[in-house]
Design a protein. Sequence first.
Lengths: 259, 513, 332
Amino acid sequence: MSVEIICKGLAKTYTGGVEAVRPLDLTLVAGQTTALVGPSGCGKSTLLRMIAGLEDASSGTLTIGGAPAADTLARAGLAVAFQDPSLLPWRTVRQNIELALDLARKPRKAADIDQLIHLVGLDGFADTRPGALSGGMRQRAAIARALSTNPDLLLLDEPFGAVDELTRAQLAADLPGIWEARGTTTLLVTHSVTEAVTLSDRIIVLSPRPAAIVADIKVDLSRPRPSNLKALPAFQTHVDATFAALSHGVADTLPKAAQ
Amino acid sequence: MTHARQWIGPILALVLWEGFAHLFASAFVLAAPSAILLYLYENAGLLTRALGVTLANAAAGFLIGNAAAILLAGLAIALPRSENIVRALALVVFCLPLVATGPVLRILFGPGAGPQITLAALAVYYTTLIPLLVGLRAVPSDWLDLVRSYGRGRMTALLRVRAMASFPYLVAGLQIAAPAAFLGAMVGEFTGAERGMGVLTIRAMRDLNIEMTWALATVATAVAVLAYLAIGYAARRVLTEEPPVILAAPAAKRRNLFSSIAMVTFSTAAILALWWVGLDALNLSSFFAKRPDDLVDALFLAPDATQTRAALAAALSETLIFLFPGYLAGLLAGATLAMAIILAPSLANTAMPLAIALRSVPIITTAPLVVLLLGRGAVGTVTLIAIMVFFPTFIACLHGLRQAPGRATDVMRSYAASDMAILRHVRVPAMLPAFFAAARINVPASILAVTVVEWLATGNGLGALMALSASLSDYDMLWSAVVLTTLLAVLGYGLVGALERRVLQTYAPEQLA
Amino acid sequence: MKSSSGLSRRSLLATGAGAFGAASLGLSPRLLHAQTAVNFQLSWLHSTQFAGSYIAQDRGFWAERGLSVALQPGGPNAPVEPPVVSGTALMGISAADYTAAAVSEGAPFKIIGVAMQNNPFAIASLSANPVNQPSDMEGMRIGMALANTPVLQALCTINDVDFDAIEIVPTQYSPQPLVAGEVDCLLCWATDLPVAMTVQGVENETMLMADHGYAVHSQTYIVTEDSLANRRADIVALMAGEVAGWAAYREDTAAATDLTLAMFPDAGLDRETQLLQAERQVPLMFSDLTDANGFGWWTDETVAANIETLGLLGREVTADLWDRSILEEVHG
């Protein structure tokens, strides 16, 4: 099932007056993958956490699939993968995935779990505890867990940070197929512009904190992405456009005298 | 508004207390808050002087004990081979029962404040040494590599890196040590002193002076709580991070059987040698200062050896009957309250101050009161042991629960997991290392509690046996009881440690590395 | 110690009870030289239980005999025997049963004086449900330190009371269990817990065990055989001061109480309690026997009675435990 996410005037100001996200309007199209790109500490993770319901917005409304956000959470149609893999260290990879299925009140199907583990390249590690895995392997396990529940809404916060370059490319090629086939609405927070262009249908560029939208770039590349994607001129165009928006956003916030 | 609400609970409790006290005045159990205040007002001079004496001794013991702990920790780091033996000796000395060490110290020191100061020092050094040893090791290896990359040696590493890194751990130890020093100084006064809080406590009990008993308990608790809070406050001003809460190192990595046996044998031999040589060096009369061979004789060779062993066994079983339930109840209560606070954070307002007070109030003033309130049967004794165990467990568990790994709770929440499910799947398993560390360090504390209650209130078990054999000059029995009590504490400590290793292998393998 | 006794004199003068102080003020200057320092180990916290010793201290009864005495308080965790054995204290206050126990463990003690002719152990009960004679205890719950079980057994044997018909409830250091009705009677000192109850307004009865055949000398002065042989003069001086102090005590227990309170203002003593205790211990310490022979005295008959009762307590002793030579010198 595809869901649409509508943020209206969504903002976050922490107690103490630190403004993390300026009032912001954003609609994530159902079934699409949207990338959030912005400089470090700009508030993109805060935005993701608000959408995930992990943090309350200071103002504004959030509608997921036509209903207030809280209802979506209750239906457990959501999955998150963080940069910190946050696996439970006393459970094996399989047990971590099973717990997610239990919590989402979905049946455990051994074959499905095995397939996911295979997909993220963890064959033979299903019954290993996270302590014995490398950082990248843990992140892949966390992604497998996020995908296991067949979420309507998938939120990925720098999920490939610790994954090595080669595996990253492999995941980037394989994963979008899964969530697209299921019509999952996906939000990807990343600081890698090439990753954003590779994985998403649309790139939202945020300004430095407090976050405001400086650009909304449609990624007009075919699906599935061709294997020579990075060699295509169109790819480079998108990367350049994103960089331009990013540096514009930065310039905007520089003191006037320096301009 | 919220400020006012905070006070509703305590005020209601005070009103109820006052009411009950008047209702049951004829039972001589409860003094009303108003009566306590009146007593404090009318006897301010007496209490101030007594407090001054006890505080001075406690402070001296606090300084000496902590200095000794710092030296021992430095020794253990400078000579890594000595660490095991330092730990073993420190544990054994910490487990020696107060009831028995007091009189021996009085003989060693003669008149004066020697025993008070020594008992205060003995009460604090272990709870400083153990976190300090953890702290001195809690240094990322990168930092040590950095020092080495500049061509500097271990001394520089100790002073520049380890000492700084261990500071928060030292503070945590000092915080626990402050109330303990006060208790040690009070117990020291029981060995014959002219003035002090301990002297007044005994006087109040004998005179059936309920106002005085409660007033003393109030002052002692207030002082201990203030010392605890003051060190915490000072620490927060100096430290950039919160002092750690888990004071015990995780159980040592499992050694192979041979080296374990070798370690135990070596430590035992060292302790026996120290005992023997120490008594000879101090030139103590064999009438009261029994050597290991005297005990072998009394327990196995003497004509009445069978009776001696039977008396010890009977006392041990009486002690264990109360010790186990009290210890487990304390652990359970500590963990449960910590979980309750996680589920309903507003509970913390009322529960935290109460928990700190319970921890800080010297057991020799609480023991009579709890026994007065709950009777001298099982309930009173078990409750006192539980109180002793409760607070450190509570604080450690709360810390463990809040330390849930990484963003695991966020992931759980994103699946709309209930607080209960998060508690069960994430927080409780994450709490286990802290829980076991508390359980282990609480073994000696619970044995201290049970022997003190037996001695001062119920007259059963090992505590009473030790007091009785001292008064009847049966020093063979007294030393045997000391050895038995100490063994009980060390064994219990070891057993909990073994259990801890098993659990941590599953739940926190990284702690065992 | 000198400074603290000086302090007590000053505080005494300040409180108007200077009669004691005046005598000693005249004495002290010429006695400053040739003072032998001696520790005297008491058996409990400072209280009127030892008021005779305080008078000896305050009036210079020891100083004039060349002794500078430090009175060491006892406490719940301060056995008397070890400091005496080790020589830290020249003399200690014990009781015949405890001394007998120590001797059987190899301590070379002699009893050289008996402050309490009559044992202070008593059965305390509430007036509403009194114990007036040993047989009244049958069917009752008695609160006591388990350590004293042999004492109760001995009392039962002497008086043909069925020991098994009494239920023992272990209690320590407090009269509260009796007041709260947890027990029907207490085994305690007549001068201790019953006094506390009386002062608190709880009507109570005491049945002195000494009146029912329990003959054990209490508050006995003990020294080692070695000191008896080698420090005889000091011991004689110490006992002489004690005898003089307790004689003054007997004359005016109120003054003795005031002195106790003045000397130990930090001991938390309640005057009413201390005075009642002081009065109640007079008949325990002074008798026709002491009137005839002097404070601390005993005869072969009282020793024989002691040996018999001690036998019931499981302590086999002979008359050798008592050595009257010091008292004979003091009173001679």
